[in-house]
Ligand binder design. Sequence first.
Ligand code: SIN
Length: 539
Amino acid sequence: MGKAVTRRKTDVLIIGSGVAGLTLAIKLAKKRPHLKITIVTKNNIDDSNTKFAQGGIATVWDLDKDNFEKHIADTMDAGDELNDLEIVQMVIKEGPKRVKELIEWGARFDKKDNGKLELGKEGGHSENRVLHYKDITGWEVERTLIEMVKSLKNIEVLENFFALELITQHHLGRIISKVTPDIKAFGVYVLNKNSLGIETILSKTTVVATGGAGQLYTITTNPEGSTGDGIAMVYRAKGRIANMEFVQFHPTALYTKIEESPNFLVSEAVRGHGGILRTEDGEDFMLRYDKRGSLAPRDIVARAIDNEMKIRGVNNVFLDVKHIEKEDFIKHFPNIYKKCIREGVDPMKDMIPVAPACHYFCGGIVIDSKGKTSIKNLYAAGEATYSGLHGANRLASNSLLEGLVFAEKICKSISSEIDSIDINEDIPNWNITSTSDPKEMVLITQSLKEIRDVMGSYVGIVRNNIRLKRAINRILLYYKETEELYKSSVISEQLCELRNLNTIAYLVTRSSLNRHESRGLNYNTDYPEKLPYNEITLI
Ligand code: SIN
């Protein structure tokens, strides 16, 4: 039963415990040991999308073969030129420094026999530049960062704390709209899942690093917690959100007869290591779509697979790795190998059944080059953001890199500004208006199922206007029902996640309706052409 009891105060409040949030906490804690830094995370500290990243971190490392210009060009090309060139340059040029720092903190990456780092390749990369640790790079990054966080005394981690609402002047009774110029963040209201009380956390500066919203689709590589909480929260607080139509589907999630959630990812690094996508009869079909074949950027590969599946009326295509030496495959992809064997597929004898799955949100909370949002004293980083790096389609393995670089930028900006910010003590506690438990859990679970069905059927890899309009009508109906439920029920995690996913469904569909062109991940058969100008969709 929700009770507003506790008020906490902190200098810097970081919401989320993936690569961006943890890296920022570490940097700030070291740079400013007298600041109190609080991380809130809605499950355990290691429950984040970062842990699920298999492939690696892309950065220019082998200067004999690679250079910044090539990585920049690949990023822009994958992003269908909708990227912000200055941001792309900044992130890519700073990448190697940030990755070296991570190595100094203890992160392990695979090495060759000569002791040099082994650089992998993935779709859309013209050179080998992906640093990796077996097929669990994200897990290794997360492990390193958590160990570091635990060793720093001025970081407090609050696990099982679900951020509900950003606190702004709205909570002091002021009317705020999207055009209000000076919206300020004073902290957040959080659901303490341990006590079930709703707490007020006041901060001088708040950072949203809550990740994406892959759970908007039934088939997704993202863990249960990826429900777009931060994006939805900032949208409700009237912050700027952009480019939500660009939802990336990873081409190769393992296709299993018995549905599982999340769907197991078969890393793009497998294709970088020689794996070839084939139809059941063995055709290397990707060559009909792009001269780069199986290593074309993700939007192109996922769309080609979707097309082949529809033409043939099948649920999957195949990834062929039979020609790769067994020992070599197991050395590089031990977990993928084990998982396939558990599913009754021997990758050395059988082709691996794969299908696209929702994987990454390229849009989100608009940030500038310092990680600042449109709301004062509010920063954001990682998948929850639109920074301009990814454009209309993220280049493989650029996401961990983005988190590392923006953590550094935000650390610098917060350090220089925080001493002039005061905590606002006038903020009231959460106003409890509803006390009744939701009578029927099925109201929540069924709405979520329906939203996911709508998104999968009408706002998937290939879109058109009739489908999008149908989707928006239904989403608005769910929105009305969910708001009614929210106002009349005790706050619960499930209800809040439903509300957030409903908001994300609206943002994705509305943004897609607003974009009258096919570009990157937004493929609309009513607008097959790309428009000659470059703009972002703001909501
Ligand atoms: C993968 O390993 O294929 C995923 C890496 C990424 O999302 O960039």
